[in-house]
Design a protein around this ligand. Structure first.
Ligand SMILES: *Cc1c(COP(=O)(O)O)cnc(C)c1O
Length: 432
């Protein structure tokens, strides 16, 4: 198994995560348990930051897309790596604020930011608001008058590039709830409206073409489309665009067979496109933002469960039930997402048992993975599911009134709790 450098095997034949014995972690902190490897997270941060410096002369900022995994400690780590952050809600702004994150390095996204969230963002000094629609622009313009200041915005553009894991299409992605469409002229109308709004300072444009993208060519293509638009804005309307935010979506390994392009190649190849396009179009090279989320934390994490039952249905399948499920990892029930799993106690052995991993929720569809290979499962074993660092804790729920697991950060074998396990008291906290 080679998901990331976070996972290894020790002399006991146990799985290690960030150098810590996973079976011991399960004992010490109980299960289910989210475990993250700080070294891997920091390595990924540095990979993006260094490539921005090396290939684009540092004329940009790497933003951590914090919806992937948001908690105070994560903002502290990202901050210490010199990055900014992208947020999508008042709750994420609040968490970043409480972690002492520099608010001027925050970009606020979302297709329906509420009035209260916009007020909170302005009062907190959020650096940029990425405007999704014309109503939001009008609200911001009136808030600017109220607060007596100009608000720095980017506009979210639908560039007509829609990428998936292995391929992308170049046309007709008008049907998305996010942003202004390029093809219909809607985007240019929005640019003019923003430029004409006295309270708005139009700084740049943004696009985000998808998630879990394995190839770099759709990003190159999106950069080209966006620069063509910038040229048009500058030449036809005389409006200067200084920031280009190219979004996130860099793919990671979920399966051993996955083969995403190393993200270091992203800035190398996209920088080339940006420089040559700008030279050809005689426009200034913009300040670039990129927004990796999953690529920072995904493969740095695993979830540990305890196996509670092994139910063999002859000639059909074998269910291995664990003490978590769709409440801590809703990605399988939502998207049929694929994961690798292993028995942490027997990590050095062959994975030659085909099982379906089921959760404990009252829901037949509550599965973590179907027909996957693990070592021979026994009651009480610790089962690890890999690449769960992104979009697991952040998407977790209290369905069935199950408390959310703790998150433990491991650094060179040393572990610490960064999010406490919820208690039953937490579950009823807001009940009246
Ligand atoms: C979700 C999102 C990201 C991050 O996506 P990943 O696939 O986790 O890299 C970045 N930017 C925006 C606007 C997003 O919505």
């Amino acid at each position: 198994m080679n998901i990331s450098e976070s996972f290894g095997c020790n002399e006991k034949g146990h799985l290690t995560i960030g150098g810590a014995d996973a079976v011991e972690l399960a004992k010490e902190y109980s299960t289910p348990l989210y475990v993250l490897d700080e070294q891997e997270i920091r390595k990924n941060c540095r990979g993006f930051v260094n490539s921005m410096n090396e290939y684009y002369g540092g004329n940009g900022l790497v933003l951590y897309a914090s919806k992937a995994f948001s908690c105070k400690e994560m903002y502290r780590i990202v901050m210490s790596e010199g990055m900014g952050a992208d947020v999508v809600s008042g709750g994420e702004i609040y968490t970043a604020l409480k972690a002492g994150f520099p608010m001027d390095k925050i970009y606020f996204h979302g297709n329906n930011k509420t009035y209260d969230e916009l007020v909170f963002a302005i009062e907190s000094g959020v650096g940029r608001i990425v405007v999704d629609n014309i109503f939001e622009l009008e609200t911001l313009n009136s808030l600017a008058a109220k607060y007596g200041k100009k608000i720095d915005v980017l506009l979210r553009i639908k560039p007509g590039v829609n990428a998936h894991t292995h391929d992308f299409v170049r046309t007709g992605q008008i049907d998305s709830k996010f942003g202004f469409a390029l093809e219909t002229g809607e985007a240019m109308e929005a640019i003019k409206a923003a430029n004409a709004s006295v309270g708005i300072n139009l700084v740049g444009i943004h696009c985000h073409i998808g998630s879990q993208i394995f190839d770099i060519s759709p990003f190159e293509y999106a950069a080209k489309v966006m620069l063509e638009f910038i040229e048009k804005i500058e030449k036809d309307e005389g409006i200067e665009i200084v920031e280009l935010n190219l979004g996130g979506g860099f793919g990671i390994k979920y399966l051993d067979s996955d083969n995403p392009a190393p993200f270091q190649n992203y800035m190398e190849r996209v920088s080339k496109v940006i420089k040559s396009e700008c030279a050809a179009r005689e426009i200034k090279t913009p300040y670039i933002l990129i927004e990796p989320g999953r690529a920072i934390v995904g493969a740095a994490g695993a979830t540990l469960y305890t196996i509670g039952a092994v139910k063999e249905i002859p000639d059909i399948r074998t269910y291995v039930t664990v003490d978590g499920g769709m409440n801590d990892n809703p990605r399988y029930i939502l998207y049929k997402s694929e994961y690798e799993a292993a028995v942490a106690d027997k990590f050095s052995q062959e994975r030659d048992f085909t099982v379906t991993i089921a959760g404990k929720c009252c829901e037949s569809g509550d599965l973590i993975q179907e027909n996957t290979k693990i070592q021979k499962p026994e009651i009480g074993d610790t089962l690890a599911v890999f690449s769960t660092g992104a979009y697991n804790y952040s998407m977790a729920s209290n369905y069935n009134r199950i408390p959310r697991p703790a998150t433990v950060m491991v650094n060179n074998g040393e572990s610490r709790v960064i999010i406490k396990r919820e208690t039953y008291e937490d579950i009823i906290r807001n009940d009246v």
